[in-house]
Design a protein around this ligand. Structure first.
Ligand code: SF4
Length: 466
């Protein structure tokens, strides 16, 4: 990669390069989609040399805007296009960089969209600061220190995505989250028939063990008490012979860090050892988000989900038995092709029989390029999908409220985050109970004991114990 520190101004008329004193360019990130995308944007922000770039918040207007896209559904795709159009309408001269899953999956569509200056696919995503510099030095014209719009987008794209372990050298500069995400893994080998992610993010690969520990220590040194381990398929973590449990045990040794949370984890990748570790650990939070997707064996098989209804039930029951205060959440997909009423009822009854604390309900959205689109399974009528989703959302709300109600009278430790519009300062317990209190003090980033006295919609309410 290029190591020069000076930008080159290409004279707008004779196109001869000449050196200029670089202007301090402002750069903003607009991130769509999953937690991982947001975490990657935060790391990328840290990769820009602060002597040349000033990172500003999304929506604040900047010389350069990086749109970190999502391609998981057609709605996500059109949301990305809408966002790019809105940025250009508001500031037509903004230098637009597009990266993320959309940039990997459909470069042609982005090239045709107009107004985009640089497209960076998955392979180059985490090297975006260097690639932007390369583009500035070799292909972009500058007038008065500002990058000019490119007639056609410059494209860094490869259909081959590396499977090697990776590192993420930069640490986020802006600390917008009380509980920072730490990316430990990327990609997926599972190829569930509805999912585009293995095509957009590539095969499973892990972040180097020492590199994760370095970031965890850095967050602790900055005073953060909790980190959230993120990835596409966390349970597949495998670096230098270390699996996910080894990594957690090593992070537990980081001084100052009080909590380690796992984001979502696939059911077939959870070993007994992880449940035992969660049951005994003083730092690993009692929280498991295990995507179920369906409770029908026929649908699970058509999704190629690698487990049966009974296997999922046994796993969930075993987790609850070992970790009685566990917050158990799940993703459920509604309206997968071929889901008839009987299959939906199997999903509903399995959920009813298990102690979920909440559900994330996703209506199936057809995605070209996924395997299910090449089958003759019948699409489910959108009104039926809507009605089934509503039933599951209602069940999820009941479960959330019941989970909160069970905690009334208990003393819990809350890691406080922020003040809401009603003047309530709220945060989370280690088992992901949202708890709020009335206070005039800024408790952000601090853990305090709270006695839970009641329940409001979506959170428990209590008072500080002194
Ligand atoms: S496990 Fe399945 S749903 Fe999850 S990322 Fe991999 S292919 Fe997609």
């Amino acid at each position: 990669m290029i190591a020069s520190t000076n930008l080159i101004e290409i004279d707008a008329i004779d196109h001869k390069p000449r050196e200029i004193r670089p202007r301090h360019l402002s750069i903003a990130f607009e991130s769509l989609g999953c937690r991982l995308n947001h975490s990657e944007s935060a790391s990328l922000e840290g990769g820009f040399d602060p002597t040349e770039f000033r990172v500003v918040g999304a929506g604040q207007g900047a010389d350069i805007v990086v749109v970190n896209t999502c391609f998981v559904t057609t709605q996500a795709e059109s949301k990305c296009r809408g966002l790019i159009r809105r940025i250009l309408k508001k500031s037509p001269n903004t230098f637009i960089v597009v990266t993320g899953c959309y940039a990997q999956a459909d470069v042609d569509a982005l090239q045709k969209l107009g107004g985009i200056d640089l497209i960076v696919g998955t392979e180059g995503k985490m090297a975006l600061p260097e690639l932007l510099r390369e583009a500035f030095e070799q292909e972009v014209s500058f007038i008065q220190g500002l990058p000019q719009k490119c007639p056609l987008p410059i494209v860094f794209h490869s259909s081959r995505i590396s499977r090697e372990d990776f590192t993420i050298p930069a640490l986020p500069v802006r600390e917008t989250l009380t509980r920072p995400n730490v990316k430990i893994q990327d990609g997926c080998d599972f190829f569930c028939t509805f999912c585009i992610i293995p095509h957009t993010r590539g095969r499973s690969r892990s972040r180097r063990f020492d590199d994760v520990l370095r970031e965890a220590s850095a967050w602790a040194a900055r005073g953060h008490l909790e980190i959230v381990l993120t990835g596409v398929n966390l349970g597949e973590y495998d670096s230098d012979g270390h699996d996910l449990c080894d990594l957690i045990e090593a992070i537990e040794q980081v001084d100052g860090l009080k909590r380690i949370r796992l984001s979502s984890i696939e059911p077939t990748t959870i070993p007994e050892k992880l449940l035992d570790l969660m049951a005994s650990s003083k730092k690993l939070c009692a929280y498991l988000h295990i995507p179920m997707q369906s409770g029908s064996d026929r649908i699970l098989s058509d999704m190629d989900r690698r487990y049966t209804r009974e296997e999922y039930r046994e796993l969930a029951q075993s987790a609850i038995k070992k970790i009685p205060n566990l917050c158990l959440g799940s993703d459920v997909m509604v309206g997968f092709p071929g889901e008839d009423e009987a299959a939906f009822q199997e999903t509903y009854s399995l959920i009813e029989s298990l102690p979920f604390s909440y559900l994330h309900v996703f209506p199936y959205s057809r995605r070209e390029g996924t395997r299910v689109t090449r089958t003759d399974l019948r699409a489910v009528d959108p009104l039926t999908i809507k009605a089934r989703s509503a039933q599951l959302c209602s069940l999820s709300n009941e479960r959330r409220q019941a989970f909160l109600s069970r905690a009334v009278g208990e003393k819990v430790d809350v890691l406080f985050e922020n003040l809401n519009d009603e003047g309530i300062f709220s945060g989370f317990t280690e088992n992901y109970l949202r708890v709020g209190i009335n206070t005039d003090n800024n408790l952000s980033g601090q853990i305090h004991p709270v006695r839970i006295e009641g329940v409001k919609k979506g959170f428990a309410i209590g008072s500080l114990m002194i």
